[in-house]
Ligand binder design. Structure first.
Ligand code: C5P
Length: 221
């Protein structure tokens, strides 16, 4: 079994950036599990599936035809759904919000479980999500829980969205982030919380390099 570094935490805590840098540094595979929930939401929207129909949504998750393609340099991996490049389409606020709704459905989580575990290949995997250390890879060699204040996470997300050309008001974003935290922490299956054996890294006020240093220290590298 290849080693796994599980990196969990709320949205906007910097997991995406840190896990990408970490995977690149180690030469390991990367699992962006949030992308799978976003893809399920996007596929369901495209198929005009009723978001109250849990059975249909689980079917959409099980049938996802996805491909991740590493990009050169610092670019995030490109994501394809049914052969179509949806790298930008899954990053919108709407898709994120829908993703957190489908992620609250146990049968959807179940449908995505094995697909996530299949990413664990030599020489190792860096897994980014909410339940990597608690549910998907409970035996991960290292577990890290990244956090930051809701305000700081909203500020980071705001910058990202602006760079994507999406103009969302910062106060609205703080509210949305708090609502999404609430939903992620209070759902019945795989609620967002640090694994009992996770190291919590508080990133408010830290630069990317400072966070990466702390994470590397936790993993002993
Ligand atoms: O991390 P990202 O913002 O892309 O995730 C989108 C949504 O998917 C999250 O708000 C969360 O509700 C859900 N998610 C999850 N479990 C994961 C990853 C993401 O429930 N492992």
């Amino acid at each position: 079994q290849a080693p796994v570094i599980a990196v969990d935490g709320p949205g906007g805590a910097g997991k995406g950036t840190i896990t990408q840098l970490l995977a690149r540094r180690l030469g390991w595979h990367l699992l962006d599990s949030g992308a799978l929930y976003r893809l399920t939401a996007l596929a369901a929207m495209k198929q005009a599936v009723d978001f109250d129909d849990e059975t249909l949504l689980a079917g959409v998750a099980a049938a996802l035809d996805v491909r991740f393609e590493p990009s050169p340099g610092d670019e995030p991996a490109r994501v394809f759904l049914d052969g179509e490049d949806v790298t930008g389409a899954i990053r919108t606020e709407e898709c994120g919000d829908r993703a957190s709704r489908v992620a609250a459905i146990p049968s959807v989580r179940e449908a995505l479980l094995q697909r996530q575990r299949d990413f664990c290949q030599p020489p190792g995997l860096v897994a980014d999500g909410r339940d990597m250390g608690t549910v998907v890879f409970p035996d991960a060699s290292h577990k890290i829980f990244l956090t930051a204040s809701a305000e700081e996470r909203a500020r980071r997300r705001h910058e990202q969205l602006l760079a994507q050309g999406e103009n969302v008001r910062l106060p609205d974003l703080v509210k949305e982030i708090q609502a999404r935290d609430e939903r992620d922490m209070n759902r019945s299956t795989a609620p967002l919380k640090p694994a009992h054996d996770a190291q919590v890294v508080e990133t408010t006020g830290l630069s990317i390099d400072e966070v990466l240093d702390q994470v590397l220290a936790v993993t002993g590298r």
